[in-house]
Design a protein around this ligand. Structure first.
Ligand code: PGA
Length: 247
């Protein structure tokens, strides 16, 4: 049985003060039957590790370097995020792909290193509006999955989470219909099954893209949607708590 996961992604937002207020409100509302956490800017990771105390709230980074150490000015390594208390990292978010030119090859390198290092990876995939309108959504997502997973052994899959996030739904207020989201998550699972067999049933596949307290219940009652990666609506504790109640 896959446990549902609500993971907020603050992107380049927030502050120490905002995080302290957020966690003071959220900690008493955590549920034992749902996993939850935040993907934060690197500078906030140690504070989240302190604030979460003994709870199982997840500390995640939004990115990590594909390099181990050395002359890579501005980069943050897996060892550094672990030291900051992160147990998870997003890999290949569409904003990294589109704005920071991360290719499928770079994402594959990051994913391999992250899983080998023992950090859980949330691999983000999704099609653009143009690709969806051309009827290529599944093909695009399968290509992204296939390239990202190249060289990854089945034994590492217990540390892998997938986030299906259609690019056209991110930060736009447009959500995929519950049917389309379920259809894409199901076809992603079937693609993973074609690579790894029934290990695909253990992998959590999240939906992301304008998830909010009003649409979360409808989206996440579907059997192949195992939770959400939530940007804008994860910034306010009252919205996060409302989503946690309805997931
Ligand atoms: P959004 O972002 O919820 O603001 O659409 C989702 C994401 O980018 O992970």
């Amino acid at each position: 049985m896959r446990k549902k996961l609500l993971l907020g992604n603050w992107k380049m937002n927030g502050s120490l003060h905002a995080l302290r207020d957020f966690m003071a409100a959220v900690i008493p509302e955590l549920r034992s039957d749902v996993d939850s956490g935040l993907a934060l800017p690197f500078t906030l990771l140690p504070e989240l590790s302190n604030l979460k105390g003994g709870s199982n709230f997840i500390t995640a980074s939004q990115n990590v370097s594909q390099f181990e150490k050395g002359a890579y000015t501005g980069e943050i390594s897996l060892g550094m995020i672990r030291e900051a208390g992160a147990s998870h990292s997003l890999i290949g978010h569409s904003e990294r792909r589109a704005i920071f030119f991360e290719t499928d090859e770079i994402i594959n390198e990051k994913l391999k290193r992250t899983l080998a290092f023992g950090i859980n990876a949330v691999l983000c995939v999704g099609e653009t509006l143009e690709e969806r309108e051309a009827g290529r959504a599944k093909e695009v997502v399968e290509t992204q999955l296939g390239k990202a997973l190249n060289g990854i052994d089945v034994s590492m899959l217990d540390k892998l989470i997938i986030a299906y996030e259609p690019v056209w739904a991110i930060g736009t207020g447009k959500t995929a219909s519950a049917e389309d989201a379920e259809d894409m998550c199901l076809s992603s699972r079937e693609f993973i099954r074609s690579l790894y067999g029934n290990a695909a049933d253990e992998i959590r596949i999240l939906y992301g893209g304008s998830v909010n307290p009003a649409n979360i219940a409808e989206l996440f009652k579907n059997p192949n949607i195992d939770g959400g990666l939530v940007g804008g609506a994860s910034l306010k504790s009252e919205d996060f708590i409302a989503m946690l109640e309805r997931i």
